[in-house]
Design a protein around this ligand. Structure first.
Ligand SMILES: [Zn+2]
Length: 253
């Protein structure tokens, strides 16, 4: 299985427009972060988790020409607003499968009504196939994917486990019964926003506590704010086998 970090930044990305914060001004490519998303590839299958506002650029960067579907964690703008840019995939492949909680589909249908409408569709508008995700395993390609439920402040969000890899973002609270689904992971990806606590995301300390409970072989941190600090400084202070993800990083599991 190959994982490509398409974006590792929090909702505004790094740099933030107009910001003079030193991390936003950094020349290190590892300090430049598009909105959070990963590409998950195995055998002949290619899935994207979330499609935020940087989706087009991310598909170009990773040279993706075909996708088997987009799996959504939740409906926030930084995870969904690139949906219109499925058009090139739709033109080549036909309807694009979307996997999401029923509530997420409701939000997408409101924002992207022209994609979901069945009547008088404007020429060139893409179409999708909706696959509702509940908190139970579902098939993506030839693999059973297990959702892991958590709370993003009060909003339900899904993380996903693909075999021995799990991707969790925008988590603040995860029940022990959900953490049980994360045993024996080779790689965990989990959100760590910044140093100070935040209402709806794990800060670094909470992410490290979570990692201690899950005990994966390796962990990569994502959904990172400029307030976490410079990539190279933060990386030096992390425990063994915990890494800061950065855009375009690829790992093989
Ligand atoms: Zn987010």
């Amino acid at each position: 299985m190959k994982i490509t970090f398409l974006g590792t930044g929090t909702s505004q990305g790094i740099p933030i427009i107009g910001s003079n914060h030193p991390v936003c001004l950094s020349n290190n490519p590892k300090d430049k972060r598009l909105r959070v998303s990963v590409l998950v590839e195995w055998e002949k299958y290619t899935f994207v988790i979330d499609c935020g506002p940087d989706f087009r650029q991310q598909m170009l960067n990773a040279k993706v020409s075909r996708i088997d579907g987009i799996i959504f964690t939740h409906e926030h703008a930084d995870h969904t607003m690139g949906l219109d840019d499925i058009r090139p995939f739709f033109f080549r492949q036909g309807d694009i499968p979307l996997y999401a909680h029923q509530r997420v589909f409701k939000a997408l249908e409101k924002r992207f009504d022209y994609i979901f409408t069945t009547e008088n569709k404007y020429p060139g508008v893409p179409s999708v196939t909706k696959i509702e995700v509940k908190n139970e395993p579902f098939l993506a390609g030839n693999l059973n994917v297990t959702p892991i439920e958590g709370l993003h402040y009060k909003l339900q969000v899904f993380g996903y486990r693909f075999h021995n890899f799990a991707y969790l973002t925008d988590m603040k609270t995860v029940e022990d019964s959900e953490i049980e689904k994360l045993q024996n992971l080779d790689v965990l990806v989990v959100n760590a926003l910044r140093i100070k606590p935040h209402m709806s995301h794990f800060n670094l300390e909470e992410a490290l506590e979570f990692i201690k409970k899950v005990k994966p072989k390796r962990t990569y941190l994502t959904h990172i704010s400029h307030l976490l600090g410079f990539h190279d400084d933060v990386q030096q202070k992390l425990p063994e086998n915990v890494f800061l993800a950065y855009d375009n990083l690829q790992i093989t599991i």
